[in-house]
Ligand binder design. Sequence first.
Ligand SMILES: Cc1cc2nc3c(=O)[nH]c(=O)nc-3n(C[C@H](O)[C@H](O)[C@H](O)COP(=O)(O)OP(=O)(O)OC[C@H]3O[C@@H](n4cnc5c(N)ncnc54)[C@H](O)[C@@H]3O)c2cc1C
Ligand code: HEM
Length: 415
Amino acid sequence: MYLKYFFKKKRGLVMLSEKTIDIVKSTVPVLEEYGTTITKTFYKNMFAAHPELLNIFNQANQEQGRQQTALSNTVIAAAKYIDNLAVIVPVVKQIAQKHRSLAVKPEHYPIVGEHLLGAIKEVLGDAATDDIINAWGEAYGAIADAFIGIERDMYTVATEQEGGWLDYKDFTVTDKVQESDVITSFYLRPADGNKVPTYLPGQYITVRVKIPGEPYLLNRQYSLSVAPGQEYFRISVKKEAEGQTHEGRVSNYLHKSVQIGDTIEITAPAGEFTLDKKETPVVFLAAGVGITPLLSMVQTVSAEQPKRAVQFIQAVNNGAEQAFKNELTNIHLQDYSLSFVYANPTEADEQHPYFVKKGYVDQELLTNTLKSDADYYICGPVPFMQAVVHALKELGVQEEKIHFEFFGPAMQLGA
Ligand SMILES: Cc1cc2nc3c(=O)[nH]c(=O)nc-3n(C[C@H](O)[C@H](O)[C@H](O)COP(=O)(O)OP(=O)(O)OC[C@H]3O[C@@H](n4cnc5c(N)ncnc54)[C@H](O)[C@@H]3O)c2cc1C
Ligand code: HEM
């Protein structure tokens, strides 16, 4: 609804002036050169002025530079298409889902705007003339308006759906099940006894915890790892870098300190990486803990589209780290093919009836499994997605049939 209003505005009612558009577009090459420096400066200054925002942002993503790159890519894309923002609506929606799942609100936008413009000035120095800063101020206003409108609609849906709520709500851990050496599932029910809302297979929730000794609240997204329609949510968490210098904070806390009966805060399901309802074949490609959204999807196909042809390829280090072997083998579909690819299999792993390959998912394996008219759903570590998406494109699969989810800020795959 809001989008229509926004683009009506764009078509002539409150449009940006030609001059503003020209200036913003002319700054694209400079932004491409300095984008990440600008966004790094932006975050440093914004957190110094507003430390309370550290309760919302993921510091590990900042430390690794992924969030700065994600923001920088989006700002550049917005600048390139400032006279036709409709082109980037799918990207805006994906980001808006993340914002909604983290309770980002309209009052946060002026803070980001102020520090983004401040950072452009600081990094570009004299090159950032008043004209450039004013043009960017106007453009930021238009982009922020688009986000705020889309997010407003998403908040309404999240709140008004059956069992829905606004922002964070307490859920009780009603079961905790070890799925492999590294992955544990948490079954979550509303602490107030209400129903859980339904969701689309592939969506995620944000978990927020207060860890003793950590100065700020920590938020992390976890995909729902079971088909919708249960009386609970289930998330399945991999403990990251256990025992290493930078042990994953939230995942290890969940594994070690959160027990059955404890409560954690979560937001309502969000996300655009969801399964289509087509009848054409579907191929799932999962690596490591990236199986979680795809398991929810394949279970949904099994329940709702038993005639749909499904191929499921699970790549994992070895059988000990492999989660959901039984749930995958228990899928009942008329046309279902399941393959396990182990990077470092034991002898027993190689005897498994679904074992197909030692090593990685590569172009050769994909050539043999390729189905014309199939859609591909992919989730796993960035190098896995890079390799698989690249191979599929090389094999001639159309871009719109390739769907993937990052377990961190979205990146360009460079394929
Ligand atoms: C949409 C979405 C869905 C997701 N679904 C799932 C899921 O189903 N299951 C799942 O397990 N995860 C999922 N994730 C990932 C999850 O949100 C967390 O990122 C993950 O659990 C790690 O969080 P953490 O707090 O344990 O680690 P963090 O403390 O955030 O650290 C993350 C990584 O960064 C490294 N690191 C941290 N600090 C530094 C530093 N200073 N220098 C160098 N390296 C550092 C750590 O070693 C670790 O490897 C999902 C993410 C997204 C965005
Ligand atoms: C027009 C302005 C904005 C743009 C272009 C923008 C862009 C982005 C992008 C590209 C991402 C990464 C999405 C992904 O996970 O793939 C993101 C995430 C995020 N944004 Fe924004 N954003 C804007 C405004 C805001 C505001 C106002 C806030 C609140 C202070 C905010 C808070 C966040 C947070 C907390 C994340 C998740 C960070 C993480 O997980 O590391 N954003 N945003």
